[in-house]
Design a protein around this ligand. Sequence first.
Ligand code: LLP
Length: 427
Amino acid sequence: MMPFALPGHPHIHYADNQLHVEGCHLDALASQYGTPLFVYSRASMLHALAAYQRGLKGRNAQICYAMKANPSLAILQVFAQAGCGFDIVSGGELTRVLTAGGVASSIVFSGVGKTRKEMREALLAGIGCFNVESEAEIDVLNTVALETGKIAPISIRVNPDVDPQTHPYISTGLKGNKFGITHQRALATYLHAASLPGLRIVGIDCHIGSQITQVAPYLDALERVLDLVTAIESAGIPIEHLDFGGGLGIHYKDETPPGADMLWHKLLERLDARGFGQRKLLLEPGRSLVGNAGVCVTEVLFMKPGEQKNFCIVDAAMNDLPRPALYQAFHTIVPLQQDKQAGPDAAVYDIVGPVCESGDWLGRERQLTLQAGDRLAVLSAGAYCMSMSSNYNSRPRCAEILVDGNHAHLIRTRDTISDQMYGEHLL
Ligand code: LLP
């Protein structure tokens, strides 16, 4: 059988009838570490990062990996070593980044609900910027900064009111969303922030949504943000950096998102045309750096043909891979053995997990020629899978492997039941 790479997944391929991540054989990893198992490709992450670096070559740009997509320490370490900053949304994420070798001054802190404790920790760590999201947050941050004896560097997240044309749960830049400060109130908010002694204005930011597959919403947001920068600077407040957030989509099924280099080529054309091309630029990509670098390997427990529907019950579930249950998201699912790929006359199955909920499905209406004991890979599982996983049904959180060429590093051990019960007390 001919070796071939899976579309959109340059470091995942079949060779000798077996699915590999880089030089590692997934079936062998599953036998060694058990299933369900997350396996990531380091080369794939660096390949995704390189597209951004190409697009921004020669510019004053800082890529801040939005670590909510996948916060495993070893993954943070890969990006820290590659020179990335980080976009964080909690004190927990701050500690993770610092533990993994991230540089505090390259951290931006996003999120609508930062606590005073988190603000204090981030001020003491010396992070690069607080991306503030409301007038109330500005006042509290000013107070905490003065109490801590620090000046908080801030950027205001503006809500440009553009439609990113993505799933409603992951669009954030529309008027009806809880995020950011409206375009109309932005200038007044900047003037207020500039009057507070505990704050130093360093930037402006926006983030319009996630899994965006077109350039147009980015261009619309860019124009609106630049209009605001012009107004804010005319009012005497200099803006050092422009942060365009994250959001670039990946290939799950048949999406054709622009490459990061192409997207930035287009955005820089507009930035140059409007005279902002030499300004410091920040980006907060998450999914597009890690999404297609990861797979989740799962084993078929039972085939359950039925009168109305056939079910293929696997050992991974919604607690491991919550995206289908949460967003009706599509993830391609392929067998580890190439010769188990279904022919056109194969039966149609819903691939479901063991969790006691009808919403616990990983894929619907997939053609399969499988039997119990066969193994499957759920693709595009590098982003927002492990990071949103839980112990629901007292299921252990998965082990994670980072592949680097022919080496497989265990970067997280599967939970034990004692890990799960840690901190609990009988009466
Ligand atoms: N910056 C901010 C302020 C964000 O809120 C997010 C994502 C990002 C950057 C990174 O966006 P990305 O490049 O990954 O699209 N759980 C959902 C996605 C939620 C995204 C939340 N914010 C999913 O599984 O599709």
